[in-house]
Design a protein around this ligand. Structure first.
Ligand SMILES: [Zn+2]
Length: 303
C-alpha cells in the first residue's frame, strides 16, 4: 500500500436488516476489495465470546488479532477496549451531542478529535495492510460514522445509502425478537427505520461521493445496481456481476460482525426472500407502520 495515499472506504449507511451483509460478502470477492463487516463494532466484538466468520473467536482470529495488534502499537491507548470506546464518543448515532458537534464542526481542531481521526485511519490502514486490499467495505450503517469518515483527511469515502422497505425490516426484527422470546413492537421499528433513514439523508447531502440504493432493486437487477455503485466508487464490478449471473459461489473471509449468514463458507446470490414480510407481517402492523412512516416510505418509492 502506498504511504500517504488516501484509504478508499466503500461505506454502507442506513438501517440494519437492509441486506448489507450480503453486499459486504459479494463485494469482498472483488480482487481489490476487503469486506470486513461492521467495523464500528470492534469494541463489542473484540472479546473472547464473539466469533469471526472464519469460526475463530476474534482475539484468536489470525487476521483480526494482527490488525488490532498493529493498530494498538500505533495509538496511545491503555487497552484496546478503551481505544475502541473512544470512537463512539464521536460517532454515537443516538447521541444528540455528537450530532450537534458534527453538524456545526465544533471541536474539530482539538487534539482529541485529531487523535480520534488518527485512530480510525491507523485501524483502516492496518486492515488494508493485512488484507493486502486497496478498498475496504465497511457496513457499520451508522450515518454519523460516515460523516466522520468524510471529514477525515486520510479517507476517500464512497457512501452507499442502502434502504430496504421498512416493513421488511420490521418483519426481520420481529422474527429475531421472537426467537429470543422478546417482543419487538411495530411502532418502535417504524420510528427507528424512519429516523435512521432521515439521519442518513442528512449525511448524504454532506458527502461528496454518494449514491442511494434500494435493496429490492439490487435483488431484481444486480447488474444495474452494481454498475451504479461502481460508477460512484470508481471501481469496475464486471467480474462480480458475471459471477452473480453465472450463479457462482461467493467466499466469505474474515467478516467480524453482521448478519448470521456470514458464518457460512460460501453463499450464492439469491433472488428470493425479499418479500416474505408481505404474507407474514400482520395487517395491523402494516397499517401502523404506514401511519407512522408514511412520508419516508413514499420518499423511497415504497407503496
Ligand atoms: Zn477470522
Amino acid at each position: 500500500m502506498e504511504q500517504g495515499k488516501k484509504i478508499k472506504v466503500l461505506y454502507f449507511a442506513g438501517s440494519g436488516r437492509s441486506g448489507s451483509t450480503i453486499l459486504n460478502i459479494i463485494l469482498g470477492n472483488h480482487p481489490q476489495i476487503f469486506g470486513g463487516g461492521e467495523l464500528q463494532n470492534m469494541r463489542e466484538v473484540y472479546n473472547d465470546s464473539k466469533i469471526c466468520s472464519c469460526q475463530n473467536v476474534l482475539v484468536n482470529c489470525e487476521f483480526w488479532s494482527s490488525v488490532v495488534n498493529d493498530w494498538f502499537s500505533k495509538v496511545e491507548e491503555d487497552s484496546t477496549l478503551s481505544g475502541f470506546k473512544k470512537w463512539s464518543a464521536f460517532e454515537g448515532v443516538f447521541s444528540f451531542r455528537a450530532w450537534f458537534k458534527m453538524y456545526f464542526g465544533i471541536g474539530e481542531k482539538s487534539t482529541e478529535f485529531k487523535k480520534y481521526q488518527m485512530s480510525t485511519s491507523e485501524f483502516l490502514r492496518a486492515v488494508q495492510e493485512h488484507s493486502k486490499k486497496e478498498v475496504l467495505v465497511d457496513i457499520s450503517k451508522n450515518p454519523l460514522r460516515a460523516w466522520a469518515l468524510e471529514k477525515n483527511p486520510d479517507i476517500d469515502l464512497r457512501m452507499v445509502h442502502l434502504v430496504r422497505d421498512g416493513r421488511a425490516v420490521t418483519w426481520s426484527l420481529k422474527r429475531t425478537a421472537e426467537r429470543q422470546n422478546r417482543n419487538r413492537p411495530t411502532w418502535r421499528a417504524a420510528i427507528f427505520w424512519a429516523l435512521i433513514n432521515r439521519m442518513t439523508n442528512l449525511v448524504r447531502s454532506k458527502v461528496e461521493h454518494k449514491t442511494l440504493v434500494r435493496y429490492e432493486d439490487f435483488i431484481e437487477n444486480p447488474r444495474k445496481i452494481l454498475t451504479q455503485i461502481g460508477e460512484m466508487a470508481e471501481i469496475d464490478f464486471s467480474d462480480i456481476i458475471n459471477k452473480i449471473e453465472n450463479n457462482a459461489d461467493f467466499s466469505i473471509e474474515h467478516v467480524m460482525a453482521g448478519n448470521g449468514i456470514r458464518k457460512a463458507d460460501t453463499i450464492k446470490f439469491e433472488t428470493t426472500k425479499t418479500d416474505g414480510w408481505m404474507q407474514k407481517l400482520k395487517p395491523s402492523s402494516k397499517n401502523l407502520f404506514k401511519v407512522l412512516s408514511y412520508s419516508s416510505l413514499r420518499k423511497f418509492n415504497y407503496s
